[in-house]
Design a protein around this ligand. Sequence first.
Ligand code: PGA
Length: 259
Amino acid sequence: MIIAGNWKMNPDHQAAAALLDALSAYTPDPNSTCKIVCFPPACYFSMANQALASSAVSWGAQNCHQEASGAFTGEISSQMIKEQGGSWVILGHSERRQYFAETDALVSQKIVAALQSGLKPILCVGEPEEVRNNGHQDSFTQSQLEKSLDLVAQMTPDAQKTALAQLVIAYEPVWAIGTGKVASLQDIEAMHQGLLQKMDALFGAHLPEAGVPILYGGSVNDTNAADILGLKPVSGALVGGASLKLDAFLSICRIAEEE
Ligand code: PGA
């Protein structure tokens, strides 16, 4: 299980310090292999690194640039995240696709950059509401997956194996993000199965033995987490709003530890 807390452009400095302080004190169940990761805004990286250095919780970035360095005002490279002590990066989040015009082709480049820097990428896919209303959610998300992994598909077999061992996917229906609407358990299961089959078709024998983990995201909270995380093809959750509420986030982590 993986529980990832995406803070987005939140909270203020004081609340961020308090959250990091509480997360640093998190004591995982010694029998659990659950990974807990938070994704603060870049201005809190050094604070996160200091707070979480000797804790069970790791941290990552919400985005990175595809180039290693250069004249890209306002951007941060994967190498910089790594140097600051981060170990993960969320890529292709629907808010990046929607508000910052990120395409599958760009996401594909960012995935390669992240992997080259030694970061674990969480690749987000998910359909907008009108696509679901038209019943095209399978082809839409599977096409996002295929195109966002295009450059991974072009790697040599050995490089591809190494890349896939680091990759995590998140299925986040756009209409469920920050809305309080959650996909039905049946739909979540079906979408995850479809994505797993697509990964099989694309990468077959180069996939890690346990497969690539697929997280569910979209209005996950401490009330619905047990049902969602109990689904067989769900390997964790990408949590937005509830990751800013300490009690709710820690409850979700405890639920995941029991899975
Ligand atoms: P939410 O956000 O949990 O607030 O719906 C999830 C996400 O955007 O990753």
